[in-house]
Unconditional design. Structure first.
Length: 367
């Protein structure tokens, strides 16, 4: 049985990085669909800028686009812990000095811009800090004095999270707490085991936490490499994050659903572009996803003609949601008709993400 969220306040959470593929997808999601999502924006490095032979990776431009997209809505915000997506600008926010002063100042400035209805900041943990407990405690107290709700991201593989929770629980009194049980990428065969781990984690956290607290279960079943899907030119697989959530919900009725909006948490964009790629188009449905892919013929350097063939196969599939009138579906149709909107893998990730968000909002809220 597919269980719905009980209230419109318990929105569908999506974990998104400040990448071009995500922004392109979100810019093209209709506002009535987007308003049913609550994004956890994970700050990652921006596009490289070279000036006077100095390289920088400013993230502000991409964050500005997300401000336009989610203006007037509630957002949660965090900083990436993925080394390959970091930069000196991102590391600056992670500095634990003076109770994570850089992170606190950044958040207060963001709050004072009055772009978002509400900001839910994540507690950052820099485990290389010599004054770890002192700086974490000061950060928590500063977050608690400036924001009504605080976010803690609990990696399912981190058995030491209970020490973190004790620190949070002991240093805030009049605030709400949201905890994301973050499972990251979950292979299809592992979802039952991961769901059981989530249930155990929530049981343990509930025995410790005395604050008002909401739990969010997040995972993704999307691999980060097309090669992980095998050599089949077409296949279908379950969106197992839904299965994980529904198993958890049988024990913990108050848990909120979250996913990575169909994008794997770990990126391999640079490797993909260097080695070349297999043209592939994914079509998310409500609980499954099907795809078609095709290798370029030998001697053909351009990808465009192969993407047209893939799009034609996709549109010919009886499961293709012709009645879903959104940007992602329209891009696939355009390609099948020879329009070739793009031959970049990043573009087709945006298409998949755009469709996935619409399908999940429709599923959760029965729109």
């Amino acid at each position: 049985m597919d269980i719905k969220l009980k209230t419109m306040d318990n929105k569908y959470w999506i974990i998104i990085k400040t990448g071009e593929a995500e922004i392109r997808a979100l810019e093209n999601v209709p506002k009535d669909i987007l308003s049913n999502t609550l994004p956890l924006i994970e700050i990652t490095r921006g596009r490289k800028v070279t000036k006077n032979k100095i390289e920088t990776y400013p993230f502000e431009k991409r964050l500005s686009k997300l401000k336009d997209i989610y203006k007037g809505q509630t957002i949660a915000i965090d900083v990436t812990s993925e080394e390959s997506l970091s930069s000196p600008e991102v590391d600056y926010l992670y500095s634990p000095d003076s109770g994570y002063k850089n992170w606190i100042n950044f958040l207060i400035q963001l709050k004072n811009e009055n772009v978002f209805e509400r900001i839910i900041p994540a507690v950052l943990f820099n485990f290389e800090d010599d004054n770890f407990e002192e700086n974490i405690t000061k950060q928590i107290q500063e977050l608690a004095s400036n924001f009504n709700t605080i976010l803690y991201r609990s990696d399912i593989s981190d058995e030491n999270c209970y020490d973190d929770i004790e620190l949070i629980n002991n240093n805030i009194t009049n605030n709400n707490l949201k905890i994301i049980i973050d499972c990251g990428y979950v292979p299809q065969a592992s979802y039952q085991n991961v769901a059981n781990k989530c249930i155990a984690r929530i049981n343990n956290l509930k025995s410790i936490i005395t604050l008002p607290c909401e739990y969010i279960a997040a995972s993704t079943s999307f691999p980060n490499n097309v090669r992980d899907l095998g050599d089949l030119e077409s296949d279908t697989f379950s969106i197992s994050e839904i299965d994980i959530y529904n198993i958890i919900l049988q024990t913990h009725k108050d848990v909120i659903y979250a996913d990575y909006a169909s994008i794997n948490p770990v990126r391999n964009d640079t490797i993909t572009m260097a080695r070349g790629w297999i043209p592939k188009i994914d079509v998310p449905l409500d609980k499954t996803i099907f795809y078609y892919k095709k290798r370029r013929p030998k001697g053909v350097s351009a990808y465009a003609s192969t993407y047209i063939q893939v799009a034609q196969s996709v549109c010919s599939d009886l499961r293709f949601p012709h009645n879903l009138n959104i940007w992602g579906i329209n891009q696939i149709r355009s390609c099948a008709e020879g329009g070739i909107p793009s031959a970049s893998p990043s573009f087709w990730i945006s298409v998949r993400m755009n469709i996935h968000i619409a399908q999940q909002v429709n599923r959760i809220y029965s729109i």
